[in-house]
Design a protein around this ligand. Structure first.
Ligand code: ATP
Ligand code: MG
Length: 246
């Protein structure tokens, strides 16, 4: 093999990872009005690049959840523009926003958000059910995803019969169900002990590569921040950008 062959693939890989999947442009967001108004975001602009794990850090109350909710189309900014995969969210009506959230974005929350009466496999199947995927196909994909997150032997257990870390693995599998372009995670390790949290981070890190998904994750956790390709920091509703870790 020559040196030339070894370097030939590098530019293509960089290109694929370099295009933005999320563009946030001068976003302001307030809750309430008049003297009572809380200005949660005060002019935030940044991009999330495709194929990367971007960590959004900042103190409690700095606006992380507010920003994730806007990017996920769960709320509409007071002003400014957000686009996901080239589509300006402001141009979408509720049915299209719903379809975007269902088909293109996976969500992972601090409190796992699993349905207690459903088994792990059924929980993973929920987003596919919403998309009316046939039962057999759905069950097969749920099993594949549970195997991917290391829970092949736990498919029939309900959330109450799983540890916190296992529940969060189910939630990650569910977020991957519809093969999303983007996963939005809000403090996914916040309720886990540090070792379990570490394994969830490593899982997120791994799926960015294996499932070619992009992840935007809000976190206080220094270990998770260390694993990110890029870190953006919010302070009192404004952004402080940092260079990636060496
Ligand atoms: N629904 C709401 N109504 C009024 N104020 C809100 C609402 N949601 C958030 N806020 C306020 O907006 C600001 C940003 O809150 P946000 O939840 O985005 O912070 P955060 O960075 O996610 O904090 P944490 O790390 O504690 O989760 C806070 O001052 C909060 O009190
Ligand atoms: Mg929050």
């Amino acid at each position: 093999m020559t040196d030339h062959q070894e370097t030939a693939t590098v530019p293509a890989a960089r290109e694929a990872g370099g295009t933005p999947i999320v563009v946030v442009d001068d976003v302001h967001h307030s809750f309430g009005s008049g003297a009572q108004a809380v200005h949660a975001l005060r002019g935030v602009s940044f991009e999330v690049r495709r194929g990367e794990l971007t960590a959004l850090k900042g103190r409690s109350g700095s606006g992380k959840t507010t920003l994730l909710n806007l990017v996920g189309g769960l709320d509409t900014p007071t002003s400014g523009r957000i686009s996901v995969d080239g589509t300006d969210l402001a141009t979408l009506g509720e049915p299209d926003l719903l379809a975007l959230r269902r088909d293109r974005i996976g969500f992972v929350f601090q409190s796992f958000g699993l349905i207690p009466v459903l088994t792990a496999a059924e929980n993973v199947g929920v987003p596919m059910r919403l998309r009316r995927m046939p039962a057999k196909e759905r069950e097969e994909r749920a099993r594949t995803l549970l195997a991917l997150v290391g829970l092949a032997d736990h498919a029939e257990q309900r959330p109450g019969e799983l540890s916190g870390g296992q529940q969060q693995r189910v939630a990650v599998a569910r977020a991957l169900a519809n093969d999303p372009d983007l996963i939005i995670a809000d403090e996914p390790t916040g309720q886990l002990d540090s070792e379990t949290g570490r394994s969830i981070m490593e899982l997120l890190r791994a799926v960015v590569r294996s499932e070619s998904v992009t992840i935007l994750v809000a976190t206080h956790d220094p270990n998770l921040i260390e694993l990110a390709d890029r870190v953006v920091e919010l302070r009192d509703g404004r952004l402080v950008e940092r260079p990636p870790a060496p």
